[in-house]
Design a protein around this ligand. Sequence first.
Ligand code: HMG
Ligand code: MG
Length: 298
Amino acid sequence: MSLPAKVKMVEVGPRDGLQNEKQEISVATRVALVDRLSAAGLPVIEAGSFVSPKWVPQMAASEEVLAAIERRPGITYSALTPNMKGYERALQARADEVAVFGAASESFTQKNINCSIAESLERFRPLLEQARADGIRVRGYVSCVLGCPYEGDIAPEKVAEVSAALLQMGCYEISLGDTIGVGTPEAARKMVETVAACVPMEKLAVHFHDTYGQALANIYAALQAGVTVVDSAVAGLGGCPYARGASGNVASEDVLYMLNGLDIDTGVDLHKLVAAGNFISAELGRESNSRVARAITG
Ligand code: HMG
Ligand code: MG
């Protein structure tokens, strides 16, 4: 099976990574992380989240982060927005792009954003209409695509249904999230192919958490199926506060090392990326979760 010549890496560390940290992280550290990531050449950086600060305290002050980062030309600085209030905050903060987030599981949707799947889609509709009027692109996340912490197995058809609804509403890209990292390559391939029957393959991204050490294998299967957009978090930061057992995202350094080895172009500099990951790991006072970073750093 053929592999793509080029992959877009979407860096979610400053959001999906840091949102789950127990310790306090200063705005200055968040800004320094984003600036190091942009220096490494990552084309899209999820820099913050405009959700309720009561629900996710680590993402409070995302306005201040977006105000202080260096805006490098050609790089998209995005943010998560659950509702109109979040969208307005993101717009005010000059996010280049926003993301709405739904799930293929009813229970997870309820725990994560306090409503049903149908209600979540209705909440996103005015946001997407406003974003279209403002010329802001909206990404759509679907969580729990290969399993749910509350419901167990998830049917690929359900993932396809929610993905198609987000596409129809105007999302330009759909990121398929294995939130708890339970997927394996054949399941991932089947899920991607099922969704691709409703959403063009070039609009699909994959978002793997590495809880069970399957993320790189799953990404490889998704690339073989035709996916060309991959989410990851530097130093393997992360986890979702509403999904017990959701450990870190796949590490960006590990994804990049694999893509380099496959001769797939990303435009990202591995050594600068490792430096960014080592910076945030030192700030958090622990070893990086990236195997590649540990091997290179020694
Ligand atoms: P709710 O309590 O049902 O909403 O929360 P509400 O409309 O009743 O509002 C309650 C309070 O929140 C009000 O304040 C609102 O003003 C405020 P009060 O009157 O009590 O003082 N509020 C806000 N404040 C700031 N910004 C906002 C906002 N909205 C309401 N945007 C809500 C509903 C969606 C807001 C809440 O459930 C929430 O913020 N959830 C956050 C969930 C979250 O961030 N989860 C993690 C990200 S998802 C993820 O990690 C998965 C992903 O990575 C993919 C994958 O891995 O699969 C994307
Ligand atoms: Mg995630």
